[in-house]
Design a protein around this ligand. Sequence first.
Ligand code: 26V
Length: 811
Amino acid sequence: MSPTPSPHSFAARTEEHLLHTVGVAPAAASATELMHAVAQAARAELAQRWVQTQAADRGARARRVYYLSMEFLIGRTLSNALAALGQNDGAAEALGAHAKAMEEVADHEPDAALGNGGLGRLAACFLDSMASLGLPSFGYGIRYEYGMFAQEIQNGAQVEHPDPWLADGTPWEFPRWELSYPVRFGGWVEHVDGKAVWRPAGEVAAKAYDLVIPGHGTKKVSTLRLWKATAPAHIDLNAFNTGDYQRAATAKNEYENISWVLYPNDSTPAGRELRLKQEYFFVAASIQDMVKRHLDEHGTLSNLADQVAIHLNDTHPAIGVAELMRVLVDEHGMDWTPAWAICRRTFSYTNHTLMPEALETWPVGLMQHVLPRHLEIIFRINKEFLDFAAQFRPGDNGFLSRLSLIDEAGERRVRMAHLSIVGSHKVNGVSKLHSDLLVQTIFADFAALWPERFTNMTNGVTPRRWLAQANPGLSSLLDRHIGHGWRRDLDELHKLAPLAANPEVRTEFMEVKRANKARLAALIARTTGVQVNPDALFDVQVKRIHEYKRQLLNVLHVIGRYQAILANPKGPDGQGWVPRVVLFAGKAASSYHMAKQIIRLIHDAGRVINNDPRVGDLLKLVFIPNYGVSVAETIMPGADLSEQISTAGTEASGTGNMKLALNGALTIGTDDGANIEIREAVGDANIFIFGLKTPEVQALRASGYQPMRHYEGQPDLKAVLDAITGGQFSPEEPGRYRGLVDALLWGGDHYMLLADYASYVATQREVDALYRQPAAWCQRAIANVAGMGVFSSDRTIREYARQIWRIEPKP
Ligand code: 26V
């Protein structure tokens, strides 16, 4: 036991909270109870910072940005909060008194997994940067009762379980009891004296819960305000008293289910009516909240666009364009034309994917049923827009029907991306390539009308979570050699570049990587039961499972390597095989059969390879279940090789590619998304780029791609596919992967795995050759870290702030 902490110290306050807030005898506190007590001590300081930030922003009559997003993948809060508050030592002192380490205690906090993948985690990194840059800002979203599903693997297959992350309460949220807004649905619209009057059929209350997002190196914070749906009426007591419990709860559930679940699907707009209600629910509450704040501070809405920037994180909140028009025109009596000018100056929109199936459209009939007044507003916006567009290409009906907010082919549908573009003053993609492709392909007609509206903001990641918190070993190396400044100015990493030639620095760097790999190996053993050798090359592909991301291409290489090891134990060039651990993690959308089959194949192939005594440590294939922010924090620092192998032109940006390179992994990747900019930043010699480039993919597709030619012309590839279809990895069900392989051979191989296979395998050989030279590998790994400064989300947010939101970040 350490000495008693001084009475007002962080440790003393933690001790107080154990007794008074958690309500346990301090000497008997468990790790979970300690986690709550430390969190309470931190919470008090966060509350102070929140109050001060609000007062300062209000006093300065600050222009604010409101970031609307259906997803915020925050992960855990404790370690990040302690670092931001400068209380790491205080917490260590508090826990030391109970003979507990921070890591153990922090592990007891559940992840706030309020997102599917890249888009949601980007929103979380952005909040961290907005807070750290002192940007007056709010994130607005939904307080899902159940976050992203928990993934379990049963017999090699994904099984989904609910994620009741709030079941035991969270120490981090601040319920704002007085903040509740009505959100209305359905009904009809009456037109009285030229004025529209919406007669809704139902109403639900949106209640605010705040999470305080602390800035680093500043006392400023940002706010993540999440809305919970509450029914207007309580349970029906009459029904209850007659024993009809189901009916008693019907009305309550019908409304409250709006904030129950995060749709675990990023490939199809799922859930239909409920999903549309979710989108409108959080947007309507958020806009009421901003309008109220604006009126409190300014007394008029005429200057709204001068004080407010609203950002649409993808099209999910696009209904906000129609909602703001409704509020200004119907509720505040503004004329249509000035209201539209305000809207256009207020909104901006980011697109995050070119995948056609993820571009949201809503059937006109459904919109009419759920939001009849908004549909009228959308029709009027569309009419005025098409009248305007017609002046540019008179008589070109194809042009107009492609631009229209309504897709008239088949069942009429509202195109939410078109609404977002027309209602915004800026539209951006998330990497240079992606932004170029947007204006060349899906938004080409809009770009012809309004070229100046389209721009690029390459994604970034927060160095506080993805380096300082996730990789304490590398952080301390950096602190010793280049100082502490990189946390708030990631460009400082440049100072590391010359040190790559210094053998002592290289040795230190390799020791850090080795320790991180040992930590990752322990996680692999704990979660999969497979023992791996930390000295093997750790080859990592972690991300949502999707055909375009081509986890299957990676598996084909692994199986090809397995066959080659058996055929040629001395290695391809007689120098033996470089031992490899190939690691996957990621979730498949619950309805996405192909993605689930890929997970199954990884497990089936892994079982065979990992148990083959002829292979031993030379090759291991593992899948860590339930990928999420916290798992990623252990994986990123332990990777040697980062797999970023999407078909060129399909991955909008990627951000895992940035996290891995920042932690010293070398990338093997295609010329896609942000990989291209990573290559520019770290230099051609420090990255492995392979495969078809975007124009080549386009040309091959246009000229008639024939995957069968690759199968027939490449015996090694044929052997791999034959082994899979022959049931070598699924002897109990030999036909299990027929569909997967048929999609390649007979289904057109849409993502061109077979076209890139030879180039991929050849490049993997180059990876092996370099890994055999530890000093040369290490030098390149260090060059990767040194070049990653530009991928800080602070840089991204500065660009958004200056070029889109027109808010100067405070130093
Ligand atoms: C679509 C839908 C449709 C309805 C059901 C729920 C849902 C959830 C997400 C999506 C779109 C997913 C788009 C996405 O996550 N894109 C990723 O965004 C990252 C951040 O910009 C980027 O790095 C990745 O390349 C991109 O795939």
